[in-house]
Design a protein around this ligand. Structure first.
Ligand SMILES: NC(=O)c1ccc[n+]([C@@H]2O[C@H](COP(=O)([O-])OP(=O)(O)OC[C@H]3O[C@@H](n4cnc5c(N)ncnc54)[C@H](OP(=O)(O)O)[C@@H]3O)[C@@H](O)[C@H]2O)c1
Length: 167
């Protein structure tokens, strides 16, 4: 079986994903979905995304964490550091599934290298002021499947939908 590689992202109505190296919202229900989806798999992230995760929560537990940086001296506890996107596969065991978890620069690399054939996209039903955006995607050849529609509540201030796209 050929293992599919995936990407997971949450974005606002204008593809916004972050500001000041932080997320734009707190949506515990979506965080739960992120955790359930990526648990026991490999997560690949940019150095900035890694640093945006509070120290006590990183590496993301029960997942092999891979960080991409150009800095040859970069150190991170209990994570694998790579300097070339193409080196991801060197660190994947057979049947290990890999999730690209951002940020924007790493999503862009994954799309450019045609690395993923699955995308889990949370579409938050709101617009936000942001400085980081998910890249444009050529939607031809992607099939859309609805996974969840969530109405805002006390703990989750915005409604959102989760869709899976498969190539
Ligand atoms: N909403 C979401 O789902 C979501 C998900 C993830 C992140 N985010 C947000 O996105 C923002 C961070 O995204 P970002 O685009 O600024 O940064 P990023 O993609 O997390 O990291 C960028 C860094 O990755 C390294 N890098 C990039 N291309 C590389 C290459 N070709 N080879 C080696 N290393 C490379 C560089 O590290 P060095 O500078 O160390 O060389 C670069 O500075 C934050 O606001 C975060 O909260 C949102």
């Amino acid at each position: 079986m050929i293992m599919k590689h995936a990407l997971i992202v949450a974005m606002g109505k204008h593809r916004e994903i972050g500001k000041d190296n932080d997320l734009l919202w707190r949506l515990p229900r979506d965080m739960k979905i992120f955790k359930e989806t990526t648990l026991n798999h490999v997560v690949v992230m940019g150095r900035k995304n890694w640093e945006s995760i509070p120290e006590k929560f990183r590496p993301l537990p029960q997942r092999k964490n891979i960080i991409l940086t150009r800095n040859k001296d970069y150190k991170a506890k209990n994570a694998i550091i790579i300097h070339d996107f193409k080196d991801i596969s060197k660190h994947l065991d057979e049947n290990e599934k890999c999730f690209i978890i951002g940020g924007a620069e790493i999503y862009q690399l994954a799309l450019k290298h045609d690395f993923v054939d699955e995308m889990y996209i949370t579409q938050v039903d709101e617009t936000f002021e942001a400085d980081t955006f998910f890249p444009f995607v050529n939607w031809e050849n992607w099939e859309e499947e609805d996974l969840l529609k969530y109405e805002k509540d006390d703990k989750n201030p915005y409604s959102f939908t989760v869709k899976k796209y498969t190539k």
